[in-house]
Ligand binder design. Structure first.
Ligand code: ZN
Length: 320
């Protein structure tokens, strides 16, 4: 059994949601002052996996049973004064639990490496907090399920931090500011990243590709995060081996996305949504999640001619 909790500082407390908080050991190693407000949070799962997030300096690390300890997880253990031999023992112990799933995961990792689908671990912004009432209300108003690990920050402006994960590691983030000033978003995004691969069910045959992060969160889709799909993103989406349907925003930029989808041979859905609804998240707010998904499936077109026809109708709707 891999027991990380026994190596945590004695002074700690456990929250009802399963997070253990203690003085974070990372900050002093990263040019920040020593945490004295128990801003380090570690969430263990019953099988021995865990994830760590520092609300002070933003350091993240996680460990999945059956896999090698990552560089950032090793660093964290060192900073917690776990002896080197103990760290190696944990790693060996973990690899003993390498299940068929773990092996499949490793094969996928090799395939990804060959196709250059690799992202480096990134930290989240410093000084984040758990989501507060205002943030919760905002997410609620956009019909976004609260089970995603959102965070909140106040500086320089109040905003919701949405971690970008790939294979359950943090590889970037976006912040949606809650005042209505511009820019509304700031992003830390790596080339070729597609949001939402971790939202996909294991056995799903299809995947819906949308533009924005809230569109993806509201229907468990993939977000390309702008109105284009670059080649690296295409490789990543193809590597999932699923039937792809692109749902563009119903605006001028979305039209470019339709042309790109046709070029890639992917299906496109341009539903005739009620007045004022211009993207998937609007549709979910207006019709509910199931209603929105039904309109998407009903309007799904695979033939190039039919997609062109739907596009013309959309252009007409946009310009009248
Ligand atoms: Zn820290």
């Amino acid at each position: 059994m891999i027991d990380v909790v026994s190596f945590l500082p004695g002074k700690r407390k456990q929250t009802t949601s399963g997070w253990i908080s203690f003085n974070a050991p990372c900050c002093v190693h990263r040019g920040d002052s020593q945490d004295k407000r128990q801003r380090g949070g570690l969430k263990p799962t019953p099988d021995g996996s865990w994830s760590f997030h520092c609300f002070n300096c933003g350091y993240t690390a996680s460990f999945v049973l059956g896999r090698n300890l990552t560089f950032k997880a090793r660093k964290l253990l060192e900073w917690l004064n776990v002896p080197q031999e103990e760290i190696e023992r944990m790693n060996l112990e973990s690899l003993k639990h390498r299940s068929i799933e773990g092996l499949l995961g490793e094969r996928q990792e090799i395939v990804n490496k060959l196709q250059d689908i690799i992202f480096e671990d990134r930290d989240l912004p410093a000084d984040t907090q758990p989501v507060n009432k205002q943030a919760e209300e905002y997410l609620h108003s956009r019909h976004i399920p609260l089970d995603y690990p959102f965070l909140y920050k106040t500086m320089p402006r109040p905003g919701i931090v949405i971690p970008f994960t790939h294979d359950n590691q943090v590889v970037g983030h976006t912040t949606r500011f809650l005042d209505d000033r511009n820019p509304r978003y700031v992003q830390d995004i790596q080339h070729g990243y597609v949001f939402g691969t971790d939202l996909q069910g294991k056995d799903w045959q299809t995947v819906i590709v949308v533009e924005g992060v809230f569109d993806a969160l509201s229907i468990n889709g993939l977000a390309v995060l702008h109105a284009e799909i670059n080649d690296a993103q295409v490789r990543l989406i193809r590597s999932l081996g699923r039937q792809v349907t692109v749902v563009p925003d119903q605006d001028e930029a979305g039209i470019k996305l339709i042309d790109r989808a046709v070029e890639l041979g992917w299906a496109v859905s341009i539903p005739e949504w009620p007045e004022g609804v211009k993207d998937v998240n609007d549709a979910v707010i207006c019709l509910g999640r199931l209603g929105a998904l039904l309109t998407i499936m009903q309007a799904r077109e695979t033939s190039k001619i039919k997609i062109e026809l739907r596009k013309k109708q959309l252009v007409k709707r946009l310009r009248t």
